[in-house]
Structures are given as C-alpha cells and as structure tokens.
Ligand binder design. Structure first.
Ligand SMILES: O=P(O)(O)OC[C@H]1O[C@H](O[C@H]2O[C@H](CO)[C@@H](O)[C@H](O)[C@H]2O)[C@H](O)[C@@H](O)[C@@H]1O
Length: 265
C-alpha cells in the first residue's frame, strides 16, 4: 500500500513531522471511515470496524475519538455496541466516555431557516434536509443541477441569521452550524483531556469541514491525513476509506500503531 500515502498539496512533506511518541487518533466519519453514499441514511459500515476501533482505543490508552458533522447519537448507533469519545455536529457537541450525549435543544435561530429549507426541498426532487437540531444540512447529491441554487439559499439564510451561526460547506451539502463550533477547536480541547494530553495528534479526514482539524494538528506538530484528492492543508494523503480501514484493521490485529503506521502505509 506504499503508494497510497503521499504528501499533501500545500504543506511540507513527511520529514517535517517528528516521528516519535505515542499518538492520539482522531477520525472523521463520512468519507473517511465509511464511503460517501447517495444520502445520509445510506451509509454502510464495515462490521469489523467498531471492534477494531475498540481494540485500537485500548492500545492507545483511550486516546481515540470520532470527529464528525454527524450527531454523537448517530455515531453511537453506527458503532454499536461500542461508544467512543466523540465530537459531533462539527465540534458543537462533545462527549467523553460512554454516557449519552446531552440532547441538544433545537437552535431557535434555525426555525425560520428550516421553514425556508423545507419549502425548497418540497419543490425540488432530490433535495434532502437533515435536521440535527443544533444544525441543519441541505443536501443536493441527488439533485446536482440544483447545487448553485441550493448554496445561494443557504448563504442567504446564514446572512439572515447573523453571527450566531455559520455556513459549513461540504460534499454536495451546506449546513448551518453554531458559529463557535469547529473540528479544530474540538481536537484542541480533547488534546487537553487526560487520555490525550502529551500525545501526538493524528487526524484523518476527507472534506473541507476537516481543514481546521488538519490545521490544529499541524500546529501541534501532529499528522494530518486527507482521504482522496482536493486542495488541503493536510500534509499526507490516503487514497480512500478502504485504504484507511486496511491500516486500522491491521493495527487492531496487532500491527504497528505509531506515527510510522500512518507514514509507511
Ligand atoms: O464530518 P463528517 O463525518 O465527514 O460528516 C460530514 C457530513 O457528512 C454527511 O454528509 C455527507 O455524507 C453523506 C453520506 O455519505 C452524503 O450523502 C452527503 O452528500 C455528504 O455531504 C452527513 O449527512 C452530514 O450530516 C455531515 O455533516
């Protein structure tokens, strides 16, 4: 698999990374652990993955977290019976340990926006709304011709709401999320918790929503890995979720689990 990991576009290559110490592993979900699917409900998880991540977490002294735009409850459902530390909703929701994530009240600022999004979806076949209570996503993967119109709608709604929410773009999606939330902020906070502190962060993601997570681990002299192509500040790449799963499954099966694991695969 040595051809699968290659330097990223915008940053210095591997030798800039200090390859030493124990790692803390941060993993994005959609497009990283699972392949992108036609709609949010269609994702399929490799059934070996939850158990493998649990084994890796144990080897890492607990320093493994999911960092996703999904709600933590959805991540728990996908990873059942295991529950992992998780930052959901692009960092707006953080859960350490195995407790239920706090149930988020619907953001009041989103009520009018939701009505406008529902009107748009009702008049355009293939447009999907994903209401995550504190954030709402408008998906157009099944209606690609509507991309510009959908994005313009979301930009207008974000402008109407003002500074409490921000627009988060993604793959055939735009979401309104709390302005204070970011994956970079979530990773930085997690790195201050007992199981993570003193380790070198490794973050694997695939999307523009992962860029500030990459920047956060770059700033902490960690390892940033982008799945697939596209402009990025990640310093390394893996070809696909399948390639990442091969690395994770091999490590869970007793293989090497250091920074070199990710640099050499
Ligand atoms: O941070 P992530 O875990 O990568 O989540 C980002 C968003 O992913 C999901 O949408 C994306 O995946 C869908 C399923 O493969 C796909 O249909 C859609 O086009 C993608 O944008 C998810 O639905 C969102 O809630 C996440 O924020």
């Amino acid at each position: 698999m040595s051809q699968m990991l290659s330097p990223g576009v915008a940053e210095p290559p591997a030798k800039a990374v200090a390859v030493s110490g124990q790692i803390a592993l941060f993993l994005d979900f959609d497009g990283t652990l699972v392949e992108i699917a036609p709609s949010p409900e269609d994702v399929r998880i490799d059934r070996r993955l939850p158990e493998a991540l649990d084994a890796l977490r144990q080897r890492l002294g607990g320093a493994l977290a999911l960092v996703s735009g999904r709600p933590v409850a959805l991540l728990d459902k996908m990873m059942a019976p295991y529950r992992f530390d998780a930052a959901g909703l692009h960092g707006a929701q953080i859960r350490l340990g195995s407790e239920d994530a706090p149930v988020a009240a619907p953001a009041e600022a989103l009520h009018a926006a939701l009505r406008a999004m529902v009107r748009f979806a009702n008049s355009n076949v293939g447009v999907i709304i994903e209401d995550k209570r504190q954030s709402i996503a408008l998906h157009w993967r099944l209606a690609p011709a509507l991309a510009d119109e959908a994005l313009a709608l979301m930009e207008g709604l974000a402008a109407e709401i003002g500074p409490t929410m921000r627009l988060q773009r993604g793959k055939a999606v735009a979401e309104l999320v709390p302005a204070s939330a970011s994956k970079g902020g979530a990773i930085t906070w997690l790195m201050q918790q007992d199981a993570y502190a003193g380790r070198t962060p490794v973050f694997v993601g695939d999307d523009v929503t992962d860029e500030d997570g990459f920047a956060a681990v770059n700033a902490a002299s960690g390892l940033s890995i982008r799945i697939g192509d596209g402009q990025t500040c990640a310093r390394h790449r893996l070809a696909s979720p399948t390639a990442l799963r091969q690395v994770l499954l091999a490590a869970a099966d007793g293989g090497d689990l250091t920074l070199e694991t990710f640099l050499q695969n």
